[in-house]
Design a protein around this ligand. Sequence first.
Ligand code: S3P
Length: 436
Amino acid sequence: MSPPANVAPLFHLDGEIRVPGDKGISHRALILGALAAGRSRVTGLAPGDDVARTASCLRACGVRMRFLGGGRVTVEGQGPDRPLRQPPGRLDCGNSGSTMRMLAGVLAGQPMTAGLDGDASLRRRPMLRVAEPLRRMGAAVRLAAGGTAPMTIEGRRPLAAITHAPEMASAQVKTAVLLAGLFADGATTVVEPVPTRDHTERLLRLCGAEVTSGGGRVTVRPGVLRALSLRVPGDISSAAFFLCLAAVRPGWRVRCPGVGLNPGRDGVLEVLRGMGAGVEVEERAAAGGAEPVGDVEVRGADLNGVRIAGPLIPRLIDELPVIATIATQAEGTTEIRDAAELRTKESDRISRLVAGLRLMGAACEPLPDGLIVEGPTILHPAAVDAAGDHRLAMAFAVAACLAVSPGVTRIAGSESVAISYPGFFEDLASLARPSG
Ligand code: S3P
């Protein structure tokens, strides 16, 4: 295991960071490319371990891919008549919930039996939410006691078309059901309690699938997908660490060009504005066609606390750790509610985040479905544990930058940044300027 990262306080911030490609869009592009007829071409693919897992699982199912360097990849699609090949062993999804849940939807529609497994963190995450609708569609899905991985899926074709109305908003579950719907005997519908990111719908349309959405319902019909040509935009969830950091101090500024601005993902920008930061977005032509893209610049200010709850939550679920981190520097109370999902991410992000921030001097309280942060407080360097969770490692790095006393914050589990953003610490270091 690599040694903990040491992060020193930052004295000034003024720069530009081009973040790596969007993780969620990258998973979906590989999967749809694998199912489509013909050769798909994707550029800007996310470099982290999670997307590499989706690629290796698809390869184990017989899909041919060529990685050409610099995030360029070609995928030879199986097309409508060639199902995936039975993998030689269990598919190892590593730490990636997206890989496991999305592939479960694909495997449900393949006439074979396949197993999906992952690391200790992934084995703790709830999988019944995908197993249940896929079973109703006719796949035999077995889980470990407790509704977790390992998962075994005995697929079939055609599946039965269903209408699925999950209690909780989840783009991964929606994606699994829509992907299975490609192999169903009619129209499959997901009714969402709250809208979530619509990357899957956009990419399916780009592939020529018949997808209709509106009024909280998304419907897909089976059909042949055509190959993709896609440029993946920068990942707003990765940019969020720098955007939030720059927001905290008047005079600080950061610009992240080419970031994906899916309306189901841009809640962090709304929150930064609500906290008082300057946020400017210059929209760019949607390269590759599927997703809105823009250059985002944030200017720091004296921030105020905010309340974050309700339908905003799915639009910033992955950004909540870093938002809570900068809330320690905001005047007043920040309250995050309706976010119990944070407890079932790569770690229990509520208790782990509160534990780490408190060690650094923050005033925060865990809640069953969120947390309360009182600010402003002075943060001090400390030894914290990211619990192998990439987003906590990066949130603690932001906290470390905001500490005021000399010394470094030691972040155990910091190697987990490789899940979504392998170059994170190098990019952060590139922004650091020694104090004058
Ligand atoms: C994702 C959806 C969200 C998010 C995850 C990526 C996706 O999870 O937290 O990091 O790409 O669809 P849920 O679907 O479980 O809410």
